[in-house]
Design a protein around this ligand. Sequence first.
Ligand SMILES: Cc1cc2nc3c(=O)[nH]c(=O)nc-3n(C[C@H](O)[C@H](O)[C@H](O)COP(=O)(O)OP(=O)(O)OC[C@H]3O[C@@H](n4cnc5c(N)ncnc54)[C@H](O)[C@@H]3O)c2cc1C
Length: 383
Amino acid sequence: MPLTQRSSWLDADLDSFRDLAHSFCQKELAPNQERWSAAKQVDRELWLKAGEVGLLCLSIPEEYGGGGGTFAHEAVLLDEQARAGDDAWGHVVHSGIVAHYVSSCGTEDQKRRWLPKLASGELVGAIAMTEPGTGSDLQNVKTKAIRDGDHYVINGAKTFITNGHQAELVVVVAKTDPGEAAKGVSLLVLETEGAEGFRRGRVLDKIGMHGQDTSELFFDDVRVPAENLLGEVEGQGFVQLMRQLPQERLLIAVSAVSAMEIALEQTVRYTKERSAFGREIFKFQNTRFKLAECATEVAVAKAFLDQCVERHLKGDLDVTGAAMVKWWTTDRLSRVADECLQLFGGYGYMSEYPISRAWTSARVQRIFGGTNEIMKEIISRSL
Ligand SMILES: Cc1cc2nc3c(=O)[nH]c(=O)nc-3n(C[C@H](O)[C@H](O)[C@H](O)COP(=O)(O)OP(=O)(O)OC[C@H]3O[C@@H](n4cnc5c(N)ncnc54)[C@H](O)[C@@H]3O)c2cc1C
């Protein structure tokens, strides 16, 4: 019997899509984990393989090369990725975030230029908001994009950028009017191939997600054609970010709940296999009570997540709801992953045990996509 309920928004179409996602993730992601961790990135060909079977840009309309699906398809793929034990492949940023910036904020020309290549995997996408000196306080980004004839000239530095080492299409958050706060922010799309003055820093060393190419990016008088301004109107960047961030946060919540379910399943299994003092570890009252607490946390988190996914599918998940589900599920994930790791004893601390990776991957979810403190700040504004 499954330890958790089936999501209310799943249907037969999504079940058959899951078969495709499952076989791809088991074949292409699961066996490569150690190699990608050592390389600090996935294989570039992975993107092309995923594009070929139609797993990129699932919720982008077919006329732009996407899958023509919905957020539910993205969620199923994310769940299958987690079940394959992978935290390296940055398809969420590529398909769930970058492609949606282009799709929702781009002009018709921009959509036709970039979406088909994102869907095929010819281009890998990244979103560059965070800077060495500015993370949460996005209105204060220091990177500038100043108009010069029919180009913008970008100067600045970004850090912690997912897909940063491989990205060929980077949505850069920059000030087109440095004298303004939010109203001065615009989104510039940089095609990195041949871009003079664009430089990638090292792939950063992290405590987890070792196979993900989180990188620094540097811009030194990088000239970007004016037609690469997303939406072609200056000063819209902050509004565009605010419109897209709920989906980004919901995607984080989806992966948090999947990770919780998987940690629980693995720990129930392990505690029934391992013995101490002549009996299964599962039989100690402490173990059963801890797992009962975790199962409850997972059930509550999943019910709330499903409600938010349904709202998003109907187009009415607001900024507050997305902030709630992001902080709540990632906070619970940290607790569940920690309790589960404890029940593995010393083995829980060994990197060959998936629970140790679940624990390190869990930690960052309270930080990225807007920290959980910022989520509470957002929620409090609605009170
Ligand atoms: C693995 C990884 C991947 C990432 N991927 C990307 C990516 O693809 N693109 C991208 O742009 N960024 C990415 N980030 C960056 C991430 O979004 C930022 O780290 C995050 O937004 C926090 O910014 P910061 O690190 O500058 O922390 P700061 O903003 O300096 O915050 C430090 C602390 O102060 C708290 N704080 C700040 N302001 C307030 C406030 N008003 N009230 C209360 N507390 C506050 C924060 O909650 C935090 O605890 C990634 C980060 C990591 C670790």
